[in-house]
Design a protein around this ligand. Structure first.
Ligand code: HEM
Length: 140
């Protein structure tokens, strides 16, 4: 049971963080010089990653994270509260990115810039969450 929930949590974290790295290092540079398909592709890829990433994997990361908290640590401790706090910042940034900036980016340079910087902030904070997971694992 313990290993199953930790496994699930790590797979979801891999999808979430790996998906963002894939988007920024593979998809974005590929579409950069393709004005004919760029806007449509960004919207389509964004919509799918929003569904599987923001709405499904973040939700399941919360559930599996809470289960890990109880199964592996018997409850909350300071470092887990800090992780939870940062997690809700990621949720807020993701919602602003997907439902506001990303949607309007098609017609507005201003929103496109917001979408880019919110995406970068999300990747950095999500990497911090992985680091915090490792610290919790090590009992720090
Ligand atoms: C974007 C969100 C998250 C990411 C990317 C993430 C990432 C990770 C990773 C990679 C690990 C494995 C660390 C290791 O085994 O060395 C981990 C473990 C863990 N995470 Fe998360 N996590 C997220 C959200 C959460 C949330 C919301 C909670 C709940 C408060 C949580 C609680 C835990 C706990 C308790 C562990 C187990 C530590 C241990 O093995 O002792 N995580 N996390």
């Amino acid at each position: 049971m313990k290993e199953f929930f930790l496994f699930l949590h790590v797979v979801l974290a891999t999808f979430w963080v790996g998906g963002m790295i894939f988007l920024s290092l593979v998809v974005v540079p590929y579409l950069k010089n393709k004005p004919e398909i760029r806007n449509e592709a960004f919207q389509e890829v964004g919509k799918r990653f929003s569904l599987y990433g923001t709405f499904i994997s973040l939700f399941l990361l919360l559930i599996t994270g809470l289960v890990n908290t109880y199964l592996l640590h018997g409850g909350f401790r300071r470092s887990i509260y800090e992780k939870l706090f940062l997690f809700f910042i990621v949720v807020a940034i993701s919602l602003a990115h997907d439902l506001w900036a990303g949607k309007k980016a098609l017609y507005s340079e201003y929103h496109r810039k917001w979408a880019k910087w919110l995406g970068i902030a999300n990747l950095i904070i999500s990497l911090m969450l992985v680091y915090m997971g490792v610290r919790i694992r090590l009992g720090l």
